[in-house]
Ligand binder design. Structure first.
Ligand code: C5P
Length: 404
């Protein structure tokens, strides 16, 4: 997919730099030509020799190195590639990029490039959450820089956990493919994905929601983009980073989600992975409801939310060619999934058992049964990323069939 594409990899000075060596290998396995710049700080973690050996050409380190300026030069380093990847993008490197610095080879090349830039941030969770980092990140996003990760998890420092782990090499490769691999099996196709929960306000501070993390929906959006699709992701409130090369619309309530979905039409494929709240409070209090009203806890009157999947699948005109829903069930999973396929008029249902103890809701793995009018197909338990890749492969095959 990345055959002959040229990547300039800027390695920043963080412990995650060791993973960047793996990233070089993965990119080269995909056929990419990789050139490397190491900052001075990066060289405390990995050597130019190791990076150069994996790239198949020497790594670059010094802005004022007469030999490199003669051979290549920072402007050529910046202009030659199809994409610049910064991994790990440390808090300091992000700040220097946002400030337009050019005081070392990495910063100068990043400033001089006219090519898309993808950063994979990696830092301590406090540094990530710091107002200055978030301000710099917002500036970079506004400047058109693409971001992959960071992920949540354990840090290199003992006892530290949170958001700040660099995305894994394969996730970065997928992001690179999403940005460059417009020739993928879904290129020219428009895909809509809903993801996450919806939050239905009760009053100024309380809401009804569910335990959806958005991991599966976001992974499908990322995989569809990596396959070359033009992807719109309509997401409820989640604490996940936006997938790269995906246009994300953030909503809170089911009604906002429906409006955003309708606005995104027409699309070729729609995947409804969001766990939409079935009901919302009939009335939302502008202020905070007191614990007791007239000596009693308040009673909540609920009304049904619109069924977004069913609304779109039943459209007379402008129905996506392929409409895919999920059925998260705790009992009679297959019977309910089959009933849903018919009632909601969708083409496929991805059924999963979300009973307590399965760890599916909010977890990293999923066990899916694909239900279509043609039959039932159980898939083995696998990561949500793998489920996403399989779903996207199946979508591509179905699109190819309907094209012919
Ligand atoms: O009826 P149930 O919520 O189990 O259906 C699940 C499927 O329907 C999921 O694909 C979900 O995204 C979609 N759905 C929806 N709008 C709703 C409820 C569910 O799009 N209000």
């Amino acid at each position: 997919m990345l055959k002959s594409r040229r990547i300039l990899l800027v390695i920043g000075g963080g412990i995650a730099a060791y993973k960047s060596l793996g990233l070089i290998r993965r990119l080269r396995e995909c056929g990419a030509h990789v050139r490397c710049i190491l900052t001075a700080a990066a060289q405390h973690f990995v050597t130019p020799l190791a990076a150069g050996a994996l790239c198949g050409e020497r790594a670059f380190t010094d802005l004022f190195d007469a030999k490199s300026e003669f051979d290549v030069g920072h402007v050529r380093l910046a202009r030659d590639p199809d994409l610049v990847v910064v991994a790990p993008a440390t808090a300091d490197l992000i700040a220097r990029m946002a400030g337009g610095h050019a005081d070392d080879l990495a910063a100068a090349a990043l400033l001089a490039t006219d090519k898309p830039i993808l950063i994979a941030p990696a830092m301590n969770p406090q540094m990530w959450a710091a107002k200055a980092t978030q301000r710099n990140l917002a500036q970079l996003k506004a400047d058109g820089v693409h971001v992959v990760g960071p992920n949540a998890g354990e840090m290199a420092e003992r006892g530290e956990a949170g958001i700040g782990r660099m995305a894994e090499p394969l996730e970065i490769v997928a992001a690179v493919e999403a940005l460059l691999g417009r020739a993928g099996p879904l290129s020219g196709k428009r895909v809509l994905v809903t993801s996450g929960p919806t939050c239905e306000p009760i009053d100024a501070v309380r809401y009804i929601a569910n335990r959806s993390s958005g991991k599966q929906g976001h992974a499908i959006a990322a995989a569809a983009a990596a396959a070359g699709a033009d992807v719109v992701l309509v997401s409820g409130p989640v604490s996940l980073p936006d997938p790269p090369a995906v246009s994300v619309v953030r909503v809170e309530t089911a009604r906002e989600m429906l409006a955003a979905v309708e606005k995104a039409l027409p699309v070729d494929v729609a995947v409804f992975a969001a766990a939409v709240a079935d009901w919302r409070p009939e009335r939302q209090s502008a202020g905070k409801i007191k614990k007791r009203q007239h000596g009693q806890p308040p009673t909540l009157a609920l009304v049904e939310n619109p069924d977004i999947l069913s609304t779109i699948a039943h459209r007379k005109s402008g129905r996506p060619r392929l409409v895919i829903g999920f059925a998260a069930e705790t009992d009679h999973v297959l019977a309910n999934a089959k009933a849903k396929l018919a009632a909601k008029s969708c083409d496929w249902i991805l059924a999963n058992d979300v009973s307590p103890g399965t760890g599916i809701m909010g977890g990293d793995t999923n066990t899916i049964t694909l239900v279509t009018t043609a039959g039932i197909e159980p898939w083995p338990p696998q990561s949500k990323e793998n489920v996403a890749r399989t779903v996207v492969e199946r979508i591509a095959a179905a699109m190819a069939d309907t094209n012919s």
